[in-house]
Design a protein around this ligand. Sequence first.
Ligand code: FES
Length: 128
Amino acid sequence: MQHRITIEGSAQAFVSHSGQSALDAMVGRPSALEVGCRSGGCGVCRVEVLSGSFARGEMSAEQISAECRSRGIALACRVFPNSDLHLRPLGKRVGKGCTPNADVAELLRSLTRIARCGDHRSEPGACT
Ligand code: FES
């Protein structure tokens, strides 16, 4: 069975064949999605699924948190369409309303401390 895959902000359409991931349907053709490990580990193919249904292959929990999953965010290399799909490319960006993974969250806390206190070594609450 074939499904049509479209990308937000692009006039391009791709066709996925039975058992083929959304990303694999695009490989070899210019698209808005980056191609990395193709095994759900690196996160460069992160997308928000705006419409359509799909089965999820195994994805790194570091790249896709439970909150991300609940918001329809997935890795295109591990998205197997069950219908036509419309995708929003996110890449390494975190999706709207999706909590960053632990490393990004810690970086944001550090940047906040620097902005507030001027010293990345300051403990949270040590300055106002
Ligand atoms: S290409 Fe690496 S997670 Fe999809």
